[in-house]
Design a protein around this ligand. Structure first.
Ligand code: AMP
Ligand code: FES
Ligand code: ZN
Ligand code: ZN
Length: 307
């Protein structure tokens, strides 16, 4: 395949878009597309302060790199989860996030879960669920809470995460299998902010995972290759494999699945009343919006089991 822009040999072939690009033009195309999605979904403006949640992985570091190249005011947030038994997963991802920031003179906030709550994520999983479950549920809860807290306390307008199309399509697939309207309702490129809660955006939601891997590689971004050791066997990984099989036979299927959901949403898949259910009330302890009656799940967990 040849580069569509200059006719040289393409470095990245994207049958899903019927497009091939050389290194130089691919590295231009990704931020151009990102800017297009940011505008299309009204994610944020150049005047707003953006907090990028960075895990040390390819997607979130690439996102930060792209926003920086596009001239947005974006700082980073790394949450140290303490997942290091035998693997150094958190230590190594923190090192890479810090290195990325230092090399570009960017501001990175680091929050340590153990210092904040008295326990690491694996320890929380042991205590609050008595080892019955993987730490992922607790981890998601704590990460969400900390991202929201830092964004609010430090006055950011927007919280951006590195979820890519493969992530979004896998979640959509899972939510569709169970026809979970409540979860489907919360799946969007932009979740509006409420008092005390920053708007949440996913600027990479239309990029295939392999496009982001190519971007990180061609930009020379050093990122952690390993997945979280607890992610093995997660249903989202099975759904990704299934969707990859489909994509193999039918290039573009993954993107169509996701975009058709967004279209259906716009055309009234959910009633106005359902959309209103998204409204939440503030937790009496931390002030973060919650759908639970009384304390939010985070405060309940830390209150019950915290030291
Ligand atoms: P994951 O749930 O691991 O697929 O991550 C989804 C997104 O959440 C990433 O692209 C990051 O934006 C964010 N994220 C995940 N882990 C962390 C972390 N330890 N610190 C900050 N942000 C994170
Ligand atoms: Fe949280 Fe794996 S990243 S449990
Ligand atoms: Zn070219
Ligand atoms: Zn709370």
């Amino acid at each position: 395949m040849k580069c569509k822009k200059c006719g040289q040999r393409a470095s990245v072939n994207m049958p899903q878009h019927n497009l091939g690009l050389c290194r130089e033009h691919f590295l231009e195309w990704v931020p151009e597309q990102t800017e297009r999605f940011i505008k299309k979904y009204a994610m944020f403006t150049h005047e707003e302060k953006i907090l990028v949640a960075v895990s040390g992985g390819k997607d979130s570091l690439s996102l930060w790199d792209i926003l920086h190249r596009l001239g947005y005011r974006a700082d980073g947030l790394y949450i140290a989860l303490g997942i290091d038994e035998g693997v150094d997963y958190s230590v190594e991802s923190q090192r890479l996030a810090e290195k990325f920031a230092a090399e570009r003179g960017l501001t990175l906030h680091v929050v340590n879960v153990q210092e904040q709550t008295g326990k690491t994520i694996p320890e929380w999983a042991e205590t609050s669920l008595r080892g019955r479950q993987k730490p992922c549920a607790v981890c998601g809860l704590v990460k969400r809470h900390e991202m929201n807290r830092i964004a609010r306390d430090l006055g950011y307008d927007v919280l951006a995460t590195g979820h890519n199309l493969d992530d979004e399509a896998a979640v959509l697939f899972g939510n569709t299998l169970s026809w979970s309207r409540e979860y489907l309702l919360r799946q969007a490129p932009v979740l509006p902010g409420t008092p005390g809660l920053a708007r949440k955006v996913k600027p990479l939601c239309r990029f295939y995972e392999r496009e982001m891997a190519a971007y990180a590689l061609l930009r020379g971004i050093e990122y952690i290759y390993e997945e979280c050791p607890y992610s093995a066997g997660a249903s989202s990984i099975r759904y990704k494999e299934l969707l990859n099989q489909l994509e193999h036979d039918q290039p573009g299927a993954k993107l169509a699945f996701y975009l058709k959901f967004l279209d259906a949403r716009q055309q009234g898949l959910f009633s106005a009343q359902e959309e209103k259910q998204l409204e939440l009330h503030p937790c009496p302890n931390c002030g973060q919006p919650t759908s639970a009656p009384g304390l939010c799940s985070y405060c309940r967990m830390v209150g019950e089991f915290g030291g």
